[in-house]
Design a protein around this ligand. Structure first.
Ligand code: URA
Length: 424
């Protein structure tokens, strides 16, 4: 097999054979036969030429085969997880995993860190003093058996081909490709070893893919890949034009998640979380009402158990930013717009996110949205509260918020949050 032949095949628009795919992924991951520039050339050819469904199945399988699949056979309850393509204020994983556990299923959630304007679940959880996300396989299975949910960091042994390919895509302009994104996400989620998966594909300014047509195509592609690999998979397209809930930033989002588990969550966060939980439970065959686990306190109890099992103290005070600044309403009226991307970039500039892999995050930094679209406001009323440990960050954050909100005379039409459901 020769790397140049494989590249030429795709460059000229033909389907790669199964042998070509398996050889190329393995040779590149192993590190000696295929060079970075050759892998980059093939990736660019895929960006332009795309992939057939069965070709993409083999590509994803080869990425899965480059590492290990977590063995959850010792777990004696049905398992289900969700994956979100990421958005501003998207803290759904934090209340969702304990809700699933309280309903009698297991959620083995392997998660990631934030990069750019969307936050990462692991960064949020690490704002809890003592919380550990690097767990051994035995710890993962033990916590799933004892508690029913675990949120942890993927190991280098899970889809190592994706680690290498994703790093290369990041620096070669080859991230934006439906087959490459779908195989990257699904190789990691299938490797998690669960029975069922619900994909929350965000649409709108704060999302990775702002256009609904692209988000739909990505969702359909990922559902096909999941089903072809024996994982029951569905997807929802959900709105990310405005931030989810009232906070964006690590510790702020943990606090809001706990409030939701206490029955005091914002309605948009509740709606998405319950809809995803309903879908996960239906897929893995568990009959239970997620709403009841909030009303009867069992989801909050599962949260406390999970935090404790992962080394955290559920009663510890969370980091708080030393500096705060509010942005007031420039006039009276109704808030008609709050742009998720602007809020996400502002939170990131306040220190909640990182620019480079490995950078530290300021766990207390972020934004509290004191008003959301539809709210009636008086001139001068506080709209947004900026939190940071470094006041030098306010200027950049305020620049990102310039034009990110609007106030008009009429209340806007309420926006639907759940836009579409995609089934196999
Ligand atoms: N997230 C991933 O894990 N992979 C992609 O390709 C894009 C987003």
């Amino acid at each position: 097999m020769d790397a140049v032949d494989v590249i030429r095949t795709k460059r000229d628009g033909a389907r790669l054979s199964d042998e070509q795919i398996k050889w190329f992924i393995q040779a590149y991951t192993d590190g000696d036969t295929v060079a970075d520039e050759q892998a980059a050339a093939l990736l660019m050819a895929i960006v332009w030429r795309g992939m057939e469904p069965d070709e993409l199945f083999t590509w994803t399988q080869a990425m899965l085969d480059s590492g290990e699949i977590v063995d959850l056979s010792a777990v004696d309850r049905p398992t289900a997880d969700k994956h979100s393509t990421g958005g501003v204020g998207d803290k759904v994983s934090l209340p969702l995993a304990p809700i699933i556990a309280a309903c009698g299923a297991c959620d083995p959630m392997m998660s990631g860190r934030g990069l750019g304007h969307t936050g990462g679940t692991l960064d949020k959880l690490e704002s809890i003093p003592g919380f550990r996300v690097d767990l051994s396989k035995a710890e993962v299975v033990g916590i799933l058996q004892d508690v029913g949910c675990v949120i942890y960091s993927s190991s280098p042994n899970v889809a190592p081909a994706d680690r290498k390919l994703y790093a290369l895509r990041d620096v070669t302009g080859t991230v934006e490709s439906i087959p490459l994104i779908a195989s990257s996400i699904m190789s990691k989620k299938i490797a998690e070893g669960g029975d069922a998966l619900v994909l929350d594909v965000k649409v709108g300014s704060g999302a990775f893919l702002p256009e609904i047509s692209m988000a739909r195509e990505l969702a359909e592609t990922m559902v096909r890949i999941g089903e072809a690999h024996g994982v029951k998979t569905t997807a929802m397209l959900t709105d990310m034009e405005i931030p989810l809930g009232r906070t964006a930033g690590n510790a702020l989002e943990v606090t809001e998640s706990v409030e939701m588990l206490q029955g005091k969550g914002p309605s948009d966060l509740e709606e998405i979380t319950f809809a995803l939980a309903d879908e996960m439970l239906a897929l893995c065959g568990v009959k239970a009402d997620p709403r009841e686990t909030i009303a009867n306190g069992t989801a909050l109890e599962k949260w406390r158990e999970m935090v404790g099992a992962q080394g955290g103290d559920p009663d510890a005070a969370l980091p708080e930013a030393s500096e705060r600044k509010t942005i007031p309403a420039p006039r009276s009226g109704f808030m008609t717009k709050l742009d998720a991307r602007g809020v996400g970039i502002a939170a990131w500039r306040l220190g909640a996110g990182r620019s480079q892999k490995g950078d530290p995050v300021d766990h207390g930094a972020g934004i509290v949205c004191l008003a959301k679209p539809g709210d009636e406001l008086d001139e001068g009323q506080p709209l947004l509260e900026l939190h940071t440990s470094d006041p030098a960050h306010f200027e950049g954050a305020e620049a990102a918020l310039d034009g990110a909100f609007e106030i008009g005379d009429e209340a806007p039409e309420p926006r639907p949050i759940i836009l579409e459901r995609i089934t196999p």
